[in-house]
Design a protein around this ligand. Structure first.
Ligand SMILES: [Zn+2]
Length: 287
């Protein structure tokens, strides 16, 4: 366990004042997936208010992690993040080799309690079903350990970032144009042209403030959280009470009747995500 004492000076209305930030201790749990090591880093502030826990599973989504740390320093609490990348740049997905074959998994698709669904989320060329089941066992034990770390909190706050680019036509030399669909955003949950998708089916209700960018939104499992966020005129989706099981943490939380809130913002938008987390803090703590 390491401890860091932080005292910073901030300038408010021309006056310099010292603000004490909470000390943060770190513990690390390491999981072996094939030949890869995945670290679950657990940051706990000396004031662990225990009213919610932050979870960050996509290593490349740096803005949400930074905003989460700022909250931890300001209010205390607990934050978990996964580290697995070996190169210079952090990766969203975890890759590993097992018995000579490569596997790739999205760490937000590993939480299904249905083994067949879990196996489908493993992206691999392996044909040997026994080996695939063995790899799935390793992924499952990591997912269970992560769940055990967070499920005793009254509320899970997931931290995510998205790309936020519009639909576009990419000209391909001599081969015409290729349509690239808009990236994931709150309107992904809106039925378009009469077409239902897995995403639209997973939403029970939605509130969109047209003045807020479509990349910034919450996904919640409780109708009471939906109501409070919508009253503050922030974009929010209420997850269906029987969502499609895609192995995501939000679905497991719903199945286990856990209060879960996902805060989504565009990559790089640290300050907006921090403001979103401030809104959540007020709602969860009733302040
Ligand atoms: Zn993410």
């Amino acid at each position: 366990m390491t401890l860091i004492r932080n005292v910073v000076s901030v300038i408010i209305l021309g006056l310099t004042v010292s603000v004490k930030l909470f000390s943060i201790g770190t513990t690390v749990r390491v999981f072996n997936l094939g030949d890869a090591k995945v670290s679950l880093q657990i940051y706990t502030a000396d004031n662990n208010h225990n009213q919610y826990v932050f979870v960050h599973v996509h290593e490349n989504e740096k803005a949400s992690l930074e905003a989460g740390f700022k909250m931890l320093q300001k209010y205390g609490g607990k934050l978990l993040t996964l580290k697995h990348s070996t190169g210079d740049l952090p990766n969203r997905n975890i890759t590993f080799n097992y018995k000579g074959k490569k596997y790739e998994i999205d760490p937000n698709r590993i939480f299904s309690t249905n083994k067949l669904i879990l196996i489908k989320t493993l992206n691999t060329d392996e044909k040997n079903e026994l080996y695939i089941a063995e790899a799935a066992d390793q992924v499952e034990s990591m997912a269970k350990a992560i769940w055990e770390e967070i499920s005793n909190a009254p509320c899970i706050v997931a931290l995510h970032n998205n790309k936020n680019f519009p639909e576009d036509c990419h000209l391909k030399f001599l081969f015409g144009a290729k349509l690239v669909e808009e990236s994931y955003n709150i309107t992904s949950y809106v039925q378009k042209s009469g077409v239902m998708t897995e995403t639209t089916r997973s939403a029970a209700d939605i509130y969109i403030n047209p003045a807020i960018n479509n990349s910034e939104f919450f996904i919640v499992t409780l109708a009471s959280d939906f109501k409070q966020i919508a009253e503050r005129r922030f974009n929010v989706v209420l997850q269906h009470n029987q969502p499609v099981d895609d192995g995501s943490l939000s679905v497991l939380s719903q199945q286990k009747s856990m209060r879960y809130i996902n805060a989504e913002a565009k990559h790089e938008n640290v300050h907006i995500q921090f403001e979103m987390l401030e809104i959540l803090h007020d709602i969860i703590t009733g302040s």
